[in-house]
Write a protein that binds this ligand. Structure first.
Ligand code: BES
Ligand code: MN
Ligand code: ZN
Length: 501
């Protein structure tokens, strides 16, 4: 796909489709009046008819009259005072998805005044639109099917129409948006692939390919070495499966190297290639979704690739503990006591609370490798989706200044978080009869307790992002297909790039 910036007026642009953001109630003044006039009044007629509503993410295809563009696509941006980075990103995706099944080779998007609603202006709007179009082109059915009906179009050319803009700045921004979108799509495919396709070994192989492509170093720790190192929690989860676990460690930059902000950042992602619950087995209903329990791992692996593409050499560690959580004669039993990498004796009261076990050892290991700042991403709980739903990621962290830094990167990325408190008073409820702590206790406050558990396995500034609700969509929406959606990828990339030189 070619990216092109055009500084002409939108009515001068030739393309198969020209997309027009409609902010607020449809009103045909300024440039939209000119477009409407040249379309032969089509836009205003469609609005009067009720086909063009301006409702957010509602998109209407219209004839283009005398305009050089083949067709118009009016897409609702919603009320101007509520437009933010997320809105613009999703508008891009909506435009691309709305054209599913249509013969579109060149798509032009008029920026309109979208840039005025975000700091960063037209350049940021351009970046977010391109990122959105690239993510909107993602079709999970294409993973296993040779042909997909009504798939989003494969574009030869994406044109951004920004009259009077700084072409060089917009070109840079558009390219950044493309790379961000491609990275999110890499994460989505790794996350969406089936468990009979992606075992921990296959995930490690995928990470090796990514490392080779981008000049990253990689170390894949096998069970024997994990045992020598003392990763008792990590190994406890993988024991029940014939597919052995792998601790995947990717690195950009040099070991221990600090970034421009004086950090050695580690991003850690939960890689449960299938979560049956183990001996504490899950009910059958929706168990198939647990092939996506590796979404956190997929996300950090993709994020380090994106960082390497955008700013090669930026110091960054990505760690993905990969396991399959299965019941069997070798499985960990409820009540088994294991020694964590940091020396704590952990009482595994529920083998379905496995994410925190593998992440705990991965966080400790990140610190052993020199990490000074930690962020983990995990489909850790069902509780987070009951609390916050599928559009807001639950976030925990300490100290508050590090939490704020991570969320600031999230704001840049156009991703939404809500802070869950780490309430010290609940720690006693995780006391074990035999060990230092247990991995699961009563359901009350279980979301908070999942964070409290992880907190025990790091000593450095740390943030935990629970994407149990947001990591994948159960239904298609105007802006995304079903399945893994790449959430937190852009946040992690922005966070790492804040330290790029
Ligand atoms: N992977 C699940 C959490 C999950 C469930 C994410 C459904 C997305 C959709 C996790 O390993 C798990 O089983 N969590 C348990 C924890 C409990 C046993 C303390 C949960 O949330 O029920
Ligand atoms: Mn589980
Ligand atoms: Zn899980």
């Amino acid at each position: 796909m070619q990216l092109r910036i055009i500084t002409d007026q939108p009515w001068q642009v030739a393309a198969d489709v020209l997309a027009l953001p409609i902010v607020g109630e449809p009103a045909f003044n300024g440039a939209l009046a000119e477009l409407d006039r040249r379309s032969g009044g089509e836009l205003a007629a469609m609005a009067a008819f009720g086909e063009l509503t301006g409702k957010r993410y509602h998109a209407a295809l219209a004839a283009s009259g005398d305009l050089p563009a083949g067709r118009l696509l009016a897409v609702g941006a919603g009320p101007g005072d509520t437009i933010n980075r997320e809105t613009i990103h999703r508008l891009g995706a909506t435009i691309e998805r709305r054209l599913g099944g249509r013969a579109v080779h060149s798509l032009a998007i008029w920026l309109g005044d979208l840039g005025t609603y975000v700091d960063g202006g037209d350049a940021i709007a351009a970046e977010l639109l391109v990122r959105g179009v690239v993510e909107g082109s993602y079709e999970p059915k294409a993973i296993y099917l040779a042909t997909v009906e009504s798939a989003p179009p494969i574009l030869d050319e994406l044109i951004l129409v920004a009259p009077g803009a700084d072409t060089a700045a917009l070109t840079r921004a558009a390219n950044r948006g493309r790379i961000m979108g491609e990275g999110a799509n890499v994460a989505r495919t790794l996350a969406n692939r089936a468990s009979n396709d992606v075992s921990p070994i296959v995930l490690a192989d995928a990470a090796r390919e990514i490392a080779a492509r981008n000049g990253l170093s990689i170390d894949v720790i096998e069970p024997e070495q994990a045992a020598e190192l003392g990763m008792g929690m990590f190994l406890a989860v993988g024991r029940g499966s014939d597919n052995p676990p792998r601790m995947i460690v990717l690195r950009s930059g040099e070991a221990g190297q600090l970034d421009a902000l004086g950090r050695h950042l580690a991003i850690v992602g939960k890689g449960v290639c299938f979560d049956s619950g183990g001996i504490s087995i899950k009910p059958a209903d929706r168990m198939e979704e647990m092939k996506m329990d590796k979404t956190g791992a997929a996300t950090v692996i993709a994020a380090i690739e994106t960082v390497a593409r955008l700013a090669p050499g930026t110091p960054l560690l990505a760690i993905a503990p990969a396991v399959e959580n299965m019941p069997g004669p070798h499985s960990t039993r409820p009540g088994d006591i294991v020694r964590a990498l940091n020396g704590k004796q952990v009482d595994i009261t529920n083998t379905d609370a496995e994410g925190r076990l593998i992440l705990g050892d991965a966080l400790t290991y990140a610190e052993q490798l020199g990490a000074t700042h930690l962020v983990d991403v995990a489909t850790l709980t069902g509780a987070v989706s009951r609390a916050l739903g599928h559009l807001v990621t639950g976030a925990f962290g300490t100290p508050q200044a590090w939490y704020d830094a991570v969320i600031a990167a999230g704001d840049q990325a156009g991703e939404r978080y809500w802070q869950v408190p780490l309430i010290d008073d609940y720690v006693v409820e995780m006391d074990s009869w035999y060990g230092d702590l247990q991995n699961s206790s009563s359901a009350e406050g279980s979301l908070v307790k999942s964070g409290l558990f992880l907190r025990e396995f790091r000593t450095k500034p740390w943030v935990h992002l629970d994407i149990g609700g947001t990591g994948y969509f159960r239904k298609a929406s105007p802006f995304a297909a079903r399945g893994a959606n790449g959430v937190t990828h852009a946040t992690l990339v922005e966070l790492a790039l804040a330290g790029a030189r």
